[in-house]
Design a protein around this ligand. Structure first.
Ligand code: NAD
Length: 491
C-alpha cells in the first residue's frame, strides 16, 4: 500500500458544470483519472460528448444573449473579477495539494500557482477599466469611433502542465472582455479545474458565463472546435493538435489563438556570467519537471567554456532530488501520466544513440516506498548532440536536455534557429551589443537576456513558426476576445 500524500476530501468523481449546475454526461460516459506517483485511478470524470458540448454552448449562448454579463460596465465586471482573485488566493493551499497530487509537480513549485492565477484576474480587471478606444473627427465632415463588443461564446482548450494557472490565462481575459465561455481542460489533469465553479459562483459571476466540460480531446475538444455557435477558440497544447484544430476551425472561419510547443535554445557565450548561466539553464529545463512550454531544452555553449560547462552542468543535474512530489525537498516529481512517461523515455533511449549521456538516462534510483511504479524520470543530460538529432529537433517535454557546442556568433544563430519551433530563446552574454543583435535575429516569440521567467503581464506572450499563432498578453488578449466595430457618422 502506498504511503503517498492524498489531499483531504479528494473527489472520486468529477462532473461538468453547465449553466450553473454540476452535471454528468447526458449519456453517462466517464473516463478514469490517475495519480502519477502510483499510476492508479483515483477518480472518474464525466466524459463530455457532442451532446454535452451542445448543452454547454446553449447555456453560454443564453448567458451571452440574455444575461447581464456582456453589457455590464467594465467597473462592475472588474469588481467580480477582484472577488474571483481573492477566492483563488483563499484556495492556495488546497490548489497546490491538488496540482501536486494530480500532475506530479513538486509541491514547492505548485505553491505560487494560485497567486499567479489570481494576478491574471486582477490584471485584466484593471485593464478593462482603464481601456479606451479611439474616436476620430474630421471637422465638418464625419465622426468615426470604435465600438468594442465581446465576440460571444469563447471555446477554451487547455493542456495539463500547470493546468489551473494556464486556464486562468484564458478565463481571465475572456470573461473580463464580456464573453461567456466553455472550458475543456486537459483529460490527464481535470482535478484542479473542479475548483473554478465554486470560485466563480461565490464571486457573483452570473450562471452560464462559465461552463466546463471535461472530456477527451478528440471527443469533447473536437465538438467544441466544430460547434458553429462558438466563434473563437483559444488553444494551448501541442503543435500537431494545433494544426488539426486550425483545419477544423476553417469550416466556420473561427478566430484562433494558438499557444503551441517549443524547443527553445539557451545560448551561453564564453563571456557570460558562468554561474548564473548554469543556474538558469538548469532551472529552464528541470523546473516544472521539464513539462514547461518555454523550457530551454537545447543548450548551445561556446567552445572555450564547453567542457567546463558540461562538467558543472552534469554534476548539478545528478544532484537534483527526484521523488515524492509532496515532499518539500523534491525538485523533480513524477511526470504527469504513463503515456507521457513512455514518450519521454522513448526519447531517452533515442538520445543514447544521438549523444553522450552525462547524467540520468533512465529511471531514478531509490524511489519512495509505494511509488516504484510512478512515472519518474531521472534528470537526463545529453552532450555533443548534432543538430539533426531527433532530441535536438523534437519537443520532449520532460527533464531531458541536449547540449551542443558552437564556435562563432553566426553558428550559434544558425543552430538556435534550426528547428520548426520558435517559442522562446535565452541568451547569456555580457556583450550588450551582441545580446540585442542576437535577439533581433533569433526566431523566437520571446527572448530572455541574461534572465528567465520574468514577464510583465502587459508584454506579449506567444511563439512564431510552429510554436503558435497570435499573441496573448495585455490588450492583445482583450483584442482577441472583442470585436472592434467601426461606427461612421456624417456630420
Ligand atoms: P495536447 O495538444 O495533447 O492537448 C491540449 C488540449 O487539447 C487538451 O485539452 C486536449 O484534450 C485537447 N485536444 C486534443 N486533441 C484535440 C482535438 N482533436 N480537438 C480539440 N481539442 C483537442 O497538449 P498537451 O499534451 O496537453 O500539452 C502539452 C503541450 O502544450 C506541449 O506541446 C507544450 O509545449 C504545449 N504548451 C504550450 C504553451 C504555450 O503557451 N505556448 C503552454 C503550455 C503548454
Amino acid at each position: 500500500m502506498s504511503k503517498h500524500f492524498v489531499p483531504e476530501n479528494l473527489p472520486t468523481h468529477l462532473q461538468h458544470y453547465i449553466g450553473g449546475q454540476f452535471v454528468d454526461s447526458i449519456g453517462g460516459e466517464t473516463f478514469d483519472v490517475l495519480d502519477p506517483v502510483t499510476n492508479t485511478n483515483y477518480a472518474t470524470a464525466a466524459a463530455g460528448q457532442k451532446a454535452d458540448i451542445d448543452a454547454a454552448v446553449a447555456a453560454a449562448t443564453e448567458a451571452f444573449k440574455n444575461g447581464p454579463w456582456p453589457t455590464m460596465s467594465p467597473r462592475a465586471r472588474a469588481k467580480v473579477l477582484y472577488k474571483i482573485a481573492d477566492a483563488v488566493v483563499a484556495q492556495e493551499d488546497r490548489l497546490a495539494e491538488m496540482e501536486t497530487f494530480d500532475t506530479g509537480l513538486p509541491i514547492t513549485q505548485a505553491r505560487g500557482q494560485a497567486q499567479r492565477a489570481a494576478e491574471n484576474f486582477r490584471f485584466f480587471a484593471d485593464l478593462i477599466v482603464a481601456q479606451h478606444d479611439t474616436a476620430l473627427k474630421v471637422p465638418g465632415s464625419q465622426l468615426n469611433y470604435v465600438n468594442r463588443k465581446p465576440i460571444g461564446v469563447a471555446g477554451l482548450i487547455t493542456p495539463w502542465n500547470t493546468p489551473f494557472m494556464l486556464e486562468s490565462w484564458k478565463l481571465a481575459p475572456s470573461i473580463a472582455s464580456g464573453c461567456t465561455v466553455v472550458l475543456k481542460p486537459a483529460e490527464f489533469t481535470p482535478l484542479s479545474a473542479s475548483l473554478w465553479a465554486t470560485i466563480f459562483e461565490e464571486a457573483g459571476l452570473p450562471a452560464g458565463v462559465f461552463n466546463l466540460v471535461n472530456g477527451i480531446g478528440e471527443e469533447a475538444g473536437d465538438a467544441l472546435v466544430k460547434h458553429p455557435k462558438v466563434p473563437l477558440i483559444s488553444f494551448t497544447g501541442e503543435s500537431s493538435t494545433g494544426q488539426l484544430i486550425f483545419r477544423n476551425c476553417a469550416e466556420n472561419l473561427k478566430g484562433m489563438s494558438m499557444e503551441l510547443g517549443g524547443k527553445s535554445p539557451a545560448i551561453v557565450f564564453a563571456d557570460a556570467d558562468f554561474d548564473a548561466a548554469i543556474d538558469s539553464t538548469l532551472f529552464g529545463v528541470f523546473s516544472l519537471n521539464g513539462e514547461r512550454c518555454t523550457a530551454g531544452s537545447r543548450i548551445l555553449v561556446q567552445r572555450p567554456i564547453y567542457n567546463k560547462f558540461v562538467e558543472a552542468y552534469a554534476a548539478r543535474a545528478k544532484s537534483i532530488t527526484v521523488g515524492d512530489p509532496h515532499d518539500p525537498a523534491t525538485q523533480v516529481g513524477a511526470l504527469v501520466h504513463p503515456e507521457h512517461y513512455d514518450k519521454v523515455m522513448s526519447y531517452v533511449e533515442i538520445g543514447k544513440s544521438e549523444g553522450r549521456v552525462v547524467a540520468g538516462g533512465g529511471r531514478p534510483e531509490n524511489l519512495p516506498e509505494g511509488q516504484e511504479n510512478g512515472s519518474y524520470v531521472a534528470p537526463t543530460v545529453f552532450v555533443d548532440v548534432a543538430p539533426d538529432a531527433r532530441i535536438f529537433q523534437e519537443e520532449i517535454f520532460g527533464p531531458v536536455v541536449a547540449i551542443t557546442p558552437f564556435d562563432t556568433d553566426e553558428e550559434a544563430l544558425e543552430l538556435a534557429n534550426n528547428t520548426r519551433y520558435g517559442l522562446a530563446a535565452y541568451i547569456w552574454t555580457n556583450d550588450l551589443k551582441r545580446a540585442h543583435n542576437f535577439a533581433q535575429d533569433v526566431e523566437a516569440g520571446m527572448v530572455w537576456l541574461n534572465s528567465h521567467n520574468v514577464r510583465d503581464l502587459r508584454s506579449p506572450f506567444g511563439g512564431v513558426k510552429a510554436s503558435g499563432l497570435g499573441h496573448e498578453g495585455g490588450y492583445r488578449s482583450i483584442d482577441f476576445y472583442t470585436d472592434q466595430q467601426a461606427v461612421h457618422i456624417t456630420l
